[in-house]
Design a protein around this ligand. Sequence first.
Ligand SMILES: N[C@@H](CCC(=O)N[C@@H](CS)C(=O)NCC(=O)O)C(=O)O
Length: 225
Amino acid sequence: MSGTQEPQFTIYSHASGPNGWRVVYVLKALSLTYRTIYLDFTKGEHKSAEYLSLNPNGRIPTLIDHSNNDITIFESNAILTYLVEKYDHGHRISAESEEGRIQQLQWLFFQGTGQGPYFGQAAWFKLFHPEKIPSAIERYEKEILRVLQVLESVLESKEWLNGEKATIADIAWVSWNSFAFEALVPEEVDIPTQLPRVWRWHQRLLALPYIAEAIKEKEALGNEA
Ligand SMILES: N[C@@H](CCC(=O)N[C@@H](CS)C(=O)NCC(=O)O)C(=O)O
């Protein structure tokens, strides 16, 4: 967040939830001002009537744009699409042509259906489910590797998923990939050697100033998570 005026956006998020952070990456990339309200899942704040009136799905993130009649949007990739459609006039992090925008959507849909749910279920069964169910863990670990293999094959011929620069088609993947590389991929898998293109692409993304800055913001929250 920056500046002395009221920020333009409010984002409802969670200190460690990957889906909220990709919105922060894009807000920062576009130099948009925001304040974050971190919900406490242990207190059920994301299921309160007040929050459900903003996001009927009871999950984070939710974004409110105060400069546009308080339009309220949930689903992180819908939020990313809104932000670039409305505020990335120079197409710094988004595709310009109609075809490019459809392909951008293609990658966002693949992220939202291929990465989000499978990586999320892997996290659930590996880290939170009260019972250890090896077949469920194995199923989702395999899906993580399958999805990463798809990316590896595509990145053989290019540096970024959609065009000549990093766009939201790439940015959408970062937070779950970071989490997966740290905690979800099976120990015997060495990402830098076994999925080298994915690894290098991920490092390029982490080095982008707006992503590096958001990661610092997350780290600063520390144990408040
Ligand atoms: N498809 C949604 C997924 C949102 C989501 O699952 N968010 C997680 C945190 S990263 C959440 O709110 N979990 C709380 C819950 O499942 O009750 C999006 O991309 O916005």
